[in-house]
Ligand binder design. Structure first.
Ligand code: FMN
Length: 177
């Protein structure tokens, strides 16, 4: 798969086959995330892989509200993305430049994970809407640490959809805003 094919194939997968995901493939996705760039090479992340069915069900329940994310209770793997402390330089930079570098870092790492999964024929869905406190408790994430995102992972049970995106002219310009 070339890069264009990869980014076209990646989509939010909300329905999965019952087939489990080999640990080697999960580790390949984690390795892709590990190699992601981050501000001052801070790498402010920790990935908790959950493949225990009962825990997945409970996390899925913590993610389901207002009709959203019901699918998450029935997926082969969930990865909780925990935000770790930035290193000193990234923290100082974030304050001086008033930019939340650590969230940008997490987003890039998560997309690395998703694209690697796509190359392996796996589907993912990034989940930002969930009961963070409940998930933290379930996974023993220490108090004070944030979990900005969850990821679902498994073999997709759905067709490739057409992407709905703003046109290029709206999202880009040359030489001035
Ligand atoms: C930060 C973030 C949070 C998201 N949260 C959710 C979520 O809670 N539930 C969900 O079903 N999809 C969620 N998504 C997936 C988006 O809805 C999806 O990426 C977008 O609609 C584009 O569709 P595509 O991923 O299929 O290309 C999230 C995506 C991102 C990047």
């Amino acid at each position: 798969m070339n890069f264009q094919e990869l980014i076209t194939e990646r989509q939010s997968t909300r329905k999965y086959l019952g087939k489990s995901v080999d640990k080697v493939l999960v580790e390949k996705c984690l390795e892709a995330a590990r190699l992601a760039p981050s501000a001052c090479n801070s790498q402010p992340w920790h990935f908790v892989v959950v493949d225990d069915k009962d825990k997945i069900k409970e996390i899925g329940e913590a993610a389901a509200s207002l009709g959203m994310n019901k699918f998450a209770a029935d997926v082969p793997v969930i990865v909780a993305v925990v935000l770790e402390k930035m290193n000193f330089t990234a923290k100082v930079g974030s304050i001086l430049k008033n930019k939340d570098y650590c969230m940008l870092d997490l987003g890039i790492a998560v997309e690395h994970f998703c694209l690697q999964a796509t190359e392996e024929g796996l589907g993912t869905c990034i989940i930002g809407w969930f009961d963070e406190k409940r998930v933290a408790k379930l996974l023993g994430v220490p108090k004070g640490k944030r979990i900005p995102l969850l990821l679902t992972l498994g073999y997709p049970d759905c067709e490739l959809r057409k992407k709905i995106r703003k046109p290029l002219e709206e999202i880009s310009s040359w030489n001035r805003y």
